[in-house]
Design a protein around this ligand. Sequence first.
Ligand SMILES: NC(=O)c1ccc[n+]([C@@H]2O[C@H](COP(=O)([O-])OP(=O)(O)OC[C@H]3O[C@@H](n4cnc5c(N)ncnc54)[C@H](OP(=O)(O)O)[C@@H]3O)[C@@H](O)[C@H]2O)c1
Length: 241
Amino acid sequence: MKVALVTGGARGIGAAIVKRLAQDGAAVAFTYVSSPDKANDLAATINANGGKALAIRADSADAVAVKAAVAKTVEHFGALDILVTNAGILNLAPIEDYPLEDFDRMVATNVRGVFVAMQAAAKVMKEGGRIVTIGSIASIRVAFPTSSVYSMTKGAVAALVRGAAIDLAPRGITVNNVQPGPTETDMNPADGPHAPALQTMIPARRFGKAEEVAGMVAYLVSGEAGFVTGASFTVDGGYTA
Ligand SMILES: NC(=O)c1ccc[n+]([C@@H]2O[C@H](COP(=O)([O-])OP(=O)(O)OC[C@H]3O[C@@H](n4cnc5c(N)ncnc54)[C@H](OP(=O)(O)O)[C@@H]3O)[C@@H](O)[C@H]2O)c1
């Protein structure tokens, strides 16, 4: 049985990834911060249905907590084969007014947290290991005012993945980046204030579903994706086409 760790797995895209990996037969640990009830419910549902899940409280902005989550996963399930860094935040403001504290929080969660998890996971992963980051199409096309810092963090993730893939390729560990387009979650509700403008920019004329992002992750962590590494994959209904 493969063992996975998903950061930010209690809701949204992360929860869809947790469910999909569990469905595909992995034991899945996942982190949460502000959603303990959703995290415990999700773990309980998977465990009640014959799967294996473990919810771990770990703020991605806290390096000690992230490393402890990796260690706890290995301690509980005996290994770590798959890491998915999904936890992320979105703070929007025009560049002239962007608060430095928000900049630091965004970088700490969306970039530093990804690096720390990746580094800790790489230390314990064996040949065949899989690392997948959840970036964003914002790394390719910013498209909206107020998105500069968010886009920067996702651009950093895409570049980090390319470098890490080269470093880890000799050990048979792949590293890839999934870049969702507008996907219906709490972060980006399909009836939110930006939705009408976004809809017109998506050739598919709808928001993506979290499960559609999870499907790409499922492929990238599978055995057949062993020669796929260092790449970014958009799941965006044609938004960046
Ligand atoms: N939705 C979109 O349109 C879209 C598009 C492109 C990329 N993305 C990316 O996809 C990922 C998931 O987004 P989403 O739409 O599912 O967002 P969401 O609905 O806002 O959920 C965010 C998830 O991240 C977790 N999280 C946030 N800050 C955290 C921290 N400091 N430490 C640990 N976990 C933390 C949350 O956990 P708690 O609830 O426990 O706090 C939650 O599980 C993000 O990286 C986001 O940038 C989303």
